[in-house]
Design a protein around this ligand. Structure first.
Ligand SMILES: C[S@@+](CC[C@H](N)C(=O)[O-])C[C@H]1O[C@@H](n2cnc3c(N)ncnc32)[C@H](O)[C@@H]1O
Length: 246
């Protein structure tokens, strides 16, 4: 099924079609992915990942970095004292890039990379002390289903921290529109050679819940203490929540 513009999928195969589109799009942009992140965020993305890792309280724990991409959040988790990190992604090309990077960092041996789909995680219930993800949630075909999976694989008392773009506050939208709709597709397209991928990026926010609604969805999935903080002039949110203690 081909996506109708702007990057929306419908019909009985919608979930599989979106997943296939997302996987092949990330496979294409791997070589320039890190560079474009740095350029588009003016280097701020590193601090956002650091904060996301901190909020998950990884010290001495066993963590899952889901949608690890090129591995930056997984590396940040071991830097912050995590005992073991599973870095999972459904895009083999991303995992290859992550393997190259983690082999060069001290404590990279504490990171195990594996292929996994966030919609159906290959882990037993109650496995992880914390679960983090960076720029994953907008890409999911079934966000509610994935949140239930996150809840299932976390131990009671386990922490969830999710970093992703969000809908900016209303007052800022006219100012930010040219950035998202013009600068991002042009800059990303020029540097990666893939204009479609960087048109998908702003499109991916269209059917995505706003920050308070995402908190409500986390609560529905069984999480407690769901909250968020905005960074990046309100364009990015870090949502945190916890699986209740038994
Ligand atoms: C924007 S990249 C983010 C990578 C990394 N977390 C970061 O902070 O840079 C999104 C990643 O999510 C992965 N992804 C998207 N949907 C997924 C799914 N259903 N299961 C596993 N990985 C997924 C993609 O393959 C890609 O590597």
């Amino acid at each position: 099924m081909k996506p109708k513009q702007p990057h929306t999928w419908s019909g009985p195969d919608a979930q599989a079609a979106k997943a296939a589109y997302v996987r092949s799009m990330f496979a294409r942009i791997v070589p320039r992915y890190d560079l474009i992140n740095r350029l588009m965020t003016m280097g701020l993305d590193r601090g956002w990942r650091r904060l996301t890792a901190e909020l998950a309280q990884p010290r001495d724990g066993v963590a899952l970095d889901l949608a690890t991409g090129t591995g930056d959040l997984a590396i940040e988790l071991v830097r912050q004292g995590c005992r073991f990190v599973a870095g999972a992604d459904f895009c083999p090309e991303m995992l290859k890039a992550a393997a190259g990077k983690t082999s060069h960092v001290s404590d990279g041996g504490k990171i195990a990379l594996l292929a996994a789909d966030a919609q159906q995680l290959p882990f037993r219930a109650d496995t992880f002390d914390c679960l983090v993800n960076g720029f994953l949630l907008r890409n999911l075909a079934d966000l509610n289903g994935a949140l239930r999976e996150f809840h299932r694989v976390l131990k009671p008392g386990g922490r969830l921290a999710c970093l992703d773009l969000t809908h900016p506050p209303l007052a800022l939208r006219p100012l930010l529109w040219p950035w998202f709709r013009l600068a991002v597709p042009i800059l990303g397209g020029l540097v990666s050679g893939d204009f479609d991928a960087y048109t998908y990026l702003p499109d991916s926010l269209q059917n995505y819940p706003d920050a308070p609604r995402l908190c409500a969805m986390m609560r529905t999935a069984g999480f407690t203490n769901a909250t968020y903080r905005r960074v990046g002039a309100g364009t990015v949110a870090i949502h945190t929540a916890a699986k209740p203690q038994l």
